[in-house]
Design a protein around this ligand. Sequence first.
Ligand SMILES: Cc1ncc(COP(=O)(O)O)c(C=O)c1O
Length: 382
Amino acid sequence: MALASSSHLLPVFSQYPLEVAAAEGVWLTNRRGERVLDLYGGHAVAALGYAHPGFTAALARQAQQCQFQSNAVAMAVRERAAARLVAFAQLPLTQVFFVNSGAEANENALKIALRASGRVHVAAVSGSFHGRTAAAGAVTDGARAKWYGFPHTPFEVSFIPRAEPEAIALHVTERTAAVIVEPVQGLAGAVELGAPFLAALRARCDAVGAYLIFDEVQCGMGRTGWPFAANLYGVRPDLLTAAKALGNGFPCAAVLLSDALAASCPSESLGTTFGGGPLACAAIEAVIEAIEQEQLLARVQRLGAYIRAHCLAGPVSAHQGAGLLVGLRTRRKAREVQAELLECGILAGTSSDAHVLRLLPPYILEEEHVDMLRDALAELAP
Ligand SMILES: Cc1ncc(COP(=O)(O)O)c(C=O)c1O
């Protein structure tokens, strides 16, 4: 039987009309040698942009030294990456469990909270996206109707309506093990839940003895201009998950947890083969080193403000989000605007909100790149 296409990749992704052959800084180059300004960063991953010298050298150095040993073998680079991450976070979360992906980090965070509490229910927030595995998918809004694929969720789940702090008490009770929340919702279109809502979740968790999990897979690691959104909003979670920008493209993720919760994780209670591998840890170290040495948090804040001040042009009527997690509200369908921008050589993302264009650019972005976006938007039909 003839195949519909010559590709052997399972066709579960809709792809942009762009094939990348090389990349440097904030620029992608296609096979014809044409450059595209990348304001999407591979779904919020390429925080340092492409071909970053310090990052590239750190990976090459570690590959030459020793490319892999599992957690059964002590390695200095793993200890350094954990210490560096804890110091970077500036939160009372002092223990790190390294894994491979955002979904796996959330899966483990939920497992830790369920086991420590002995409870059966988890509350999430409407509009959430936490990943595609059994537990992470269970707390992703709409997943069960669309793509979940498992006959049952592994625990009871309910969703707190995102703009209704008064509904928190209904959903978070003495049966609730944990509340899991993205402080700034990514896929939903860069939606800030706001300090009052997050503080209300913290207060309710304290009142009923539930754990608060911040999923900072997309909004963490400097994306808001702060180490984590928890720092920006001044609300302390019990567990925090990080991925995406954490490795600048080398697959890795982390669960950060408090000493108290760490005490509930005995030896052999969690595990992974690849998590905390030396290449991943060298990547994490290099990312934090670059963010600190190049003062990228200040730059994220500055460029985030610059985008918001200058890009209300053409079809864009408003903006939302924090730092370089930007939602640009479009009068026309965001997908249309995205396609037109790509024709002008600018890659932007969309979101689950049909009228929000999502920007997740590298932190090394400069004002001149934003000016290119503004000029391109201004040329488009409103
Ligand atoms: C907030 C959030 N959590 C979890 C995930 C899942 O991460 P991964 O695709 O690495 O499993 C994502 C991915 O987009 C995300 O944005």
